[in-house]
Design a protein around this ligand. Structure first.
Ligand code: ZN
Length: 401
């Protein structure tokens, strides 16, 4: 059905994928490190690493100074202690985040390190307009160097809304009003690249899972605050989408049954109280100025206007109460909070942290809260990470090897 033909994985077996992922996310590693990390035998590790070196994905470093410790503290007999690392520029990946009016694009290497960034304005909202704009953006990104042009074969695209990643279908995209658009197939035809499409917060969470907080925590929650409020859930090392692909829709959890009406049709959703547009709407009501902007609202609050400060306090508390509920249900080790820079996050943060602390139960409160400002390019990097993850993961049963 879908025309986004799936290339085979970098790894030929689950064991090879496990080895490659370990070096990719925590390397450089010695072969002996890989033995205790994966539980595979020394001869198996030797064979798998040899074939990944021959294919150009792993390389032996000159010095014996690997980053990770070994529990035994000794090198296995007859095996070189030379650390292995990933050849990150063996392949490149294009990641594109689709917003209401703009495309944000990056090229990354295999480690999701950004090599180039380009933005493009969207003028049309039909799928064919956006597909054509993505095709042009991909061309510009691939044109940044001959090696990127030659070694980019995969495209990851992230969109808002409800996405069937397996089928590559945008089931519902709210910014452009799409229903059941076979986006991966259209983009594969337009760009010639193997294409994967995912929900934007899940893609951002995937990047965090592979190359960020996931290195320290098997279970964590990523909360993104900006034009909406949403969260990504990682449980036992996997990004969770739920049965219908909407797990993590924190923005539509009811926080105030008497609160303002939400665009989803319900009343008092978190997003109707605490998102940027909700804050601006409330400040416009209080000041009687319908042209007020978020920057102006932040400025008024910083100057000490008590009513405007209260809007930010209420938003921070509402997010904190909702996140406390997620922490009680999921029990994550870590809560990563990502806020848009403009947001005046300093006005919210204390109230948000206090509300999380008040509303978490028992030992769930041990979850560490940590705040990170993520520039918009990070959303595109998330889309690239979904493409990287697909290249590294072996789908289906072991393929032999
Ligand atoms: Zn809602």
């Amino acid at each position: 059905m879908t025309e986004s033909r799936r290339r085979t994985s970098i790894a030929s077996t689950h064991a090879a994928a496990q080895v490659f992922r370990a070096v990719l996310t925590t390397g450089p590693l010695r072969r002996s490190d890989l033995t205790w990390r994966t539980g595979l035998s020394q001869p198996t590790i030797a064979k798998l690493t040899r074939s990944l070196i021959d294919a150009g994905y792993l390389m032996e470093l000159a010095s014996g100074n690997a980053g990770a410790e070994r529990p035994s503290g000794r090198a296995p007999i007859g095996r070189p202690a030379t650390p292995l690392d990933v050849r990150a520029d063996r392949e490149f990946f294009v990641g594109v985040k689709v917003t209401a009016g703009e495309l944000i694009g990056v090229v990354t290497d295999l480690r999701a390190q950004i090599r180039a960034t380009r933005h493009a304005t969207l003028t049309g909202h039909e799928p064919r307009d956006v597909v054509a704009a993505i095709r042009r953006l991909v061309g510009r990104l691939r044109g940044t160097s001959p090696e990127i042009r030659a070694r980019t074969l995969d495209l990851g695209v992230s969109i808002a809304g409800d996405v069937d990643r397996e089928k590559g279908v945008a089931r519902y995209e709210p910014f452009h009003g799409w229903h059941d658009v076979p986006l991966a197939a259209l983009l594969h035809r337009a760009t010639g690249l193997d294409t994967v499409v995912d929900n934007d917060i899940r893609a951002l969470t995937e990047a965090e899972n592979w190359f960020g907080a996931g290195a320290q925590a098997e279970s964590f929650v990523l909360v993104a605050i900006g034009s909406g409020v949403t969260c990504g859930l990682v449980v036992d090392g996997k990004v969770r989408a739920g049965a219908f692909g909407v797990a993590g829709e924190l923005g539509h959890v009811t926080v105030d049954r008497q609160g303002p009406k939400c665009y989803c049709g319900a009343r008092g959703c978190l997003e109707a109280v605490a998102s940027e547009p909700a804050i601006v709407r409330r400040v416009a009501e209080l000041t009687g100025d319908p042209t007020v902007t978020l920057l102006r609202a932040v400025d008024l609050a910083r100057r000490g206007d008590p009513e405007i400060r209260q809007v930010f306090t209420d938003a921070g508390r509402a997010i904190g109460v909702a996140v406390g509920g997620v922490v009680n249900l999921v029990g994550p080790e870590l809560i990563v909070i990502s806020a848009d820079h403009q947001m005046g996050f300093d006005l919210l943060e204390g109230h948000l942290r206090a509300a999380i602390a008040e509303h978490t139960y028992g030992t769930a409160a041990r979850a560490e809260v940590f705040v990170r400002r993520l520039p918009f390019e990070e959303w595109a990097r998330g889309a690239a990470t979904v493409a990287i993850a697909r290249r590294v993961t072996v789908v289906g049963g072991p393929l032999g090897g």
